[in-house]
Design a protein around this ligand. Structure first.
Ligand code: SF4
Length: 194
């Protein structure tokens, strides 16, 4: 018999709320089991992930796994790592690249999904959309300062830049990220999975 989480995931995967706004068939990308220790909250799937249906199945995912120092097997095992983007579906392209996550999505699904993940010890907030949803108001004036203050973030939250190709430029401008933040992040990941 399906448990509450399985039922919820089926409901999410069947969601077509944004069909009209998107102008194409939504494909919600989400993965979780009740034992997950790490919750990854990114932005929204890109076109490649929209095609494959597998979260972080792109260069950003390779970079993220490098930051976390975990292999693909662990990263894609929902018994360990749950994936809940800010918007579950590819939002389409605008003039400056992919559009932001659909605003309907987080209020519609996030609280219900998080309620089914009782063992999460570490929640990664990748990029400004996830940070706007989950960091306390006034935590930091911008993404860079939020990441710099990651050791002060409450409730197992860990703000990070989005690992898109642009993050390489950001990392070059902010060398403290590799020196201070990534080692701390890897310790937190190992402790959460341990
Ligand atoms: S983005 Fe979220 S709310 Fe919109 S169709 Fe996809 S799952 Fe539903």
């Amino acid at each position: 018999m399906a448990d509450a989480l399985d039922t919820l995931l089926t409901e999410i995967r069947a969601c077509r709320l944004c069909t009209r706004a998107l102008g194409f068939e939504p494909r919600p990308v989400v993965a979780a089991t009740r034992t997950a220790r790490i919750l990854v909250i990114g932005q929204a799937p890109g076109s490649r992930v929209h095609a494959s249906g597998l979260a972080w199945d792109d260069d950003s995912g390779n970079r993220l796994r490098g930051w976390l120092a975990i292999d693909r097997e662990t990263f894609y095992d929902p018994a360990h790592v749950a994936h809940m983007p800010s918007g579950f579906c590819y939002p389409g392209k605008g003039k400056g690249g992919d559009l932001p996550p659909r605003r309907e999505c987080a209020p519609m699904w996030h609280a219900r999904l998080r309620a089914e993940l009782p063992d999460v010890r570490l929640t990664l907030l990748l990029g400004m959309h996830a940070q706007r949803l989950y960091l306390p108001r006034g935590f930091a004036p911008n993404l860079t300062e939020a990441v710099r203050a990651s050791h002060h973030a409450p409730d197992g939250l860990f703000p990070l830049p989005h690992p898109a190709w642009r993050s390489r430029l950001w990392m070059a401008r902010n060398p403290w990220f590799e020196i201070d933040v990534l080692p701390a992040l890897r310790l937190r990941v190992a402790a959460a999975l341990g």
